[in-house]
Design a protein around this ligand. Structure first.
Ligand SMILES: C[S@@+](CC[C@H](N)C(=O)[O-])C[C@H]1O[C@@H](n2cnc3c(N)ncnc32)[C@H](O)[C@@H]1O
Length: 269
């Protein structure tokens, strides 16, 4: 088989036998993840890896695990949060109910950052803020609802919270367990719910939607479906924030106009 045929056969196997919707993701992302597993298992090529995958349930689990795109953080890309702060200030001065949807919220650190920012900035009325946070992954949502985050070799929670001048107001540190617990005042502004941005349909009435760092993995066709869902969920003049390295596809350029290009912030037209 050619490398292309082997790659396609592997994706078909993942789709049918492992029930992973490969068709939603772009090929270069899938290729990077599979190549990493090929290297890790010391296989020579796709064919050898495919044989291993079919015969080894542990490798099936490891491959699916490596596909999960759950990287996140409090105040991820801090510069962008200055742009989000400006949007929240503007909305706070023009509306008395500020509805935010954190779509693809992963383990909750993004919606909790929104809530912390609303509490922290005197020009944002936190009592007007309601945040709906959704993700396709029930596991991620369980961690999110719990609101306890572990410091580890790879996760620098203290560093992530540096965006705030006084993070202790919003998290409680347990030095024995090395965990940070999000305080109730922050949690009570956020509701978590499972929602699939490809098949889940639109919501309504949001002033701001954040949907960051998901489109980079998604096939163009589905990216368009997701952005249509978001556009229909926003109020006229509502704002959208996407990831720093993401773009709005040309077919949807008429739905959104950039208000802050550098921080990927758009207004619904
Ligand atoms: C890389 S994380 C981004 C988290 C956060 N927005 C951020 O920027 O830090 C991507 C998240 O998208 C979620 N996801 C993947 N496919 C999805 C879909 N079809 N609908 C909703 N969420 C999805 C994953 O479960 C994961 O938690």
């Amino acid at each position: 088989m050619t490398t292309d045929d082997s790659f396609t056969a592997l994706l078909e196997y993942m789709e049918t036998d492992l029930s992973f919707a490969t068709s939603h993701y772009n090929d270069s992302y899938l290729d990077r993840r599979i190549t990493a597993r090929i290297r890790r298992t010391r296989c020579d090529d796709y064919d050898e890896y495919f044989d291993l995958l079919q015969s080894d349930p542990d490798e099936q689990a490891a491959l699916l695990d490596s596909m999960s795109i759950n990287v996140t953080g409090f105040f991820r890309n801090p510069g962008v949060w200055d742009g989000i702060r400006d949007v929240l200030r503007t909305l706070s001065s023009t509306t008395d109910r500020l509805e935010i949807w954190s779509a693809a919220c992963a383990d909750g650190r993004e919606p909790y950052s929104l809530s912390m920012l609303a509490h922290d900035d005197p020009r944002i009325d936190e009592s007007a803020v309601r945040i709906l946070a959704t993700d396709i992954s029930e596991d991620a949502l369980e961690v999110a609802r719990n609101g306890v985050y572990e410091e580890s070799r790879t996760t620098d929670i203290e560093g992530e919270l540096d965006y705030l001048s006084n993070p202790d107001r919003y998290v409680e540190y347990d030095s024995t367990a090395e965990t940070y617990r999000v305080r109730d005042s922050v949690k009570e502004r956020v509701t978590f719910e499972r929602h699939d941005l490809i098949n889940g349909g639109p919501k309504s009435g949001f002033n701001l939607v954040t949907c960051r760092n998901l489109f980079i993995y998604i096939d163009t066709e589905y990216k368009r479906t997701m952005l249509e869902t978001i556009a229909r969920s926003l109020r006229p003049d509502g704002y959208l924030v996407i990831g720093k390295s993401e773009t709005i596809p040309p077919a949807l350029k008429s739905e959104f106009s950039a208000t802050d290009n550098r921080h990927r912030i758009y207004e619904r037209t």
